[in-house]
Write a protein that binds this ligand. Sequence first.
Ligand code: SF4
Length: 427
Amino acid sequence: MKASIINMGCKVNQIESTAMLEMLKTEGYELSAPKDVDLVVLNTCAVTGKAESEAISILRRLRRHNPGAKVIGVGCLAQINPDRLRGLCDLVLGQSQKSTLPELLSMPSGTTLVSPTAEPVGDLGDPKPWRTRALHKIQDGCDSYCAYCAVPFARGPSRSSALERVISGLEAYLNMGEKEVVLTGIHLGLWGRDLEPRLDLSTLLNETDRVLGPKLTDMRVRLSSLEPLEVPSIIDALLEYDWLVPHVHTPIQSGSDVILARMGRPYTKEQVTCLIANLKILMPYINIGTDILVGFPGETDNDFQETLELTEKLPFGYLHVFPFSPRPGTKASILNEQISPDIKRARVSKLKKLDAIKRAEFLAPQIGNFREAIIENTPHRSGRLKVLTDNYIPALLQPDSKATPGEMVVIQLGQPQNPYGLAEAYL
Ligand code: SF4
């Protein structure tokens, strides 16, 4: 029997797809590309309207090209809007059902099994290598209910892996020879708050250093996205521990206090300004990336201008820009003053141009510097080996470089002279 899993969305979904693959292998399935398989699992994402439309078109294609396969829709979209998937899948399974997938495969076609509240996803976060860097899921769910976001409905409240389990997971990766591990969660900064006794990320990082610090010379640790008000708790660790890379991704979403309040984001433009400026003063080579959500209901030209000016002014190394799309069940989906698609497109385009400028500005003072980097497993489309530095700069190795994918090396950063706009890297 052959099976395939198609993954959509965030790093946590990637980890859970890998875990479902392992379960299917244990059941005797041979893993294969989606063509000519007996079973296909689509691990869906519901974070944007675009992700939802993509899931539907993938399912339609699967039905057309592989009519004999059993098709299963799981994950966030299945959890919050199972009706959208029902006619296109043999089984629709919610978030909690991922951890018992093999037991559910024999259910009759047409079954929908979605728990009313998304429960913890069992042991889907066990150490398993993934691509160039390992993803270590240590937290799931979110309690914040930002006005635009369906994630708390899809994944339920925050739950954390126990401290000992996180550290033993890191040690397992170290013993496997992994060079980089990304500590990942849906709302990572909430890690530890539901544990007894209550803990936080700074305790986790300090304990990691106490237990594993001397052994962490060949492996580095990266943190996935952290909410702006949660970044200060890790600054001491960033300054102190060499194994923690100088990279922070923190989604500010808007530069307008009016819009931030409407989004239910618990910070102001002033707080973001202080945080980002201070972090950069403390660590000049840190790469600070952000997400911006464009076209939230009621976002005026003036609000957008404030976002543009704030992102121009602050030393971000890159921007991820997303147009707002109403997600069913969220507060923002029923707000008046929805922004027209044309206005959203124009605003996204302005910020994408700014993203290119921010990347170039971040790289410029570092040209000629030496930085630690990992050779990516997948080469760049030009055929050259791609590296990612500790501070999150993607670069291309010289064509004749002798290096092995997965290896940690020290490179010298050069100019972005190639047609891809990426920095040149010299071994
Ligand atoms: S913090 Fe807000 S945006 Fe992030 S997952 Fe939670 S509700 Fe969604």
